[in-house]
Ligand binder design. Structure first.
Ligand code: ZN
Length: 229
């Protein structure tokens, strides 16, 4: 299950030239899907247009469809314009490596009709436990994807990180959040508008998924492929 971050009234971050995170994330998700489908994976999206989807509903959809993996796709933003590259996160149940980023990504939780308040999150403690059972696999998936994105960006070492992202909490499967690039960096914003770069990013993330399974992590459930909806 691919989860393009934000959507609708929740635009997410934006670049200095105005590129919206919600639009760039959807393009990246489509690129990942193209590569995964070519490799024989069955792919679905939490949104495939510019719609607002509450954070809670995203993992819920993945659970209902029995997804093997949940991959949330985002763009990073930093005050330091030179910040660049990719960061892959898995859930931290307590304090994380970048709680400011988590707060920014969690801001969509209160938006939209049916947007849940943080209070109702407390009621989702069982959901928290669901992801807790998958944290080791989530970390392995994060490492596999991070390695491929580092290769793409020409960065040697960039460890995976943990943060309390709400969107990951309810996922009853290995789940990661990819901050694909810094939309706040003028050069990376420009690259994100280039379909060739977006295709490379999609290929890197898909390669990470393939390596995760190739290393014997997790199993892909065999299901009848659904027809068009
Ligand atoms: Zn985001």
């Amino acid at each position: 299950m691919l989860d393009p971050g934000h959507g609708g009234e929740d635009r997410g971050a934006h670049g200095p030239k105005g590129l919206a995170e919600k639009a760039a994330a959807l393009e990246i998700a489509r690129a990942v899907a193209a590569k995964l489908e070519a490799a024989g994976f069955q792919v679905d999206f939490t949104r495939d247009d510019d719609t607002f989807i509450p954070l809670w509903d995203r993992a819920r959809k993945a659970n209902e469809e029995g997804a093997d993996l949940f991959i949330s796709l985002h763009l990073n933003a930093a005050r330091a314009r030179a910040a660049r590259g990719s960061e892959v996160y898995f859930l931290s149940l307590g304090q994380g490596d970048d709680d400011e980023l988590a707060a920014a990504e969690n801001a969509g939780a209160g938006m939209g009709p049916g947007g849940s308040s943080p209070d109702s999150v407390v009621a989702s403690i069982l959901d928290d436990l669901a992801q807790k059972a998958y944290l080791q696999d989530s970390e392995r998936l994060a490492v596999a994807i991070q390695n491929q994105l580092n290769r793409l960006a020409g960065i040697k070492e960039r460890g995976v990180k943990q943060a309390p992202f709400i969107v990951l909490r309810g996922a009853a499967m290995p789940a990661v959040l990819v901050e694909t690039a810094f939309i706040s960096n003028p050069r990376e914003e420009q690259k994100l508008k280039d379909p060739k770069f977006v295709a490379k990013v999609g290929d890197a993330i898909a390669q990470g998924v393939r390596r995760y399974f190739a290393a014997g992590n997790g199993t892909v459930r065999r299901r009848a492929v659904e027809g068009p909806k």
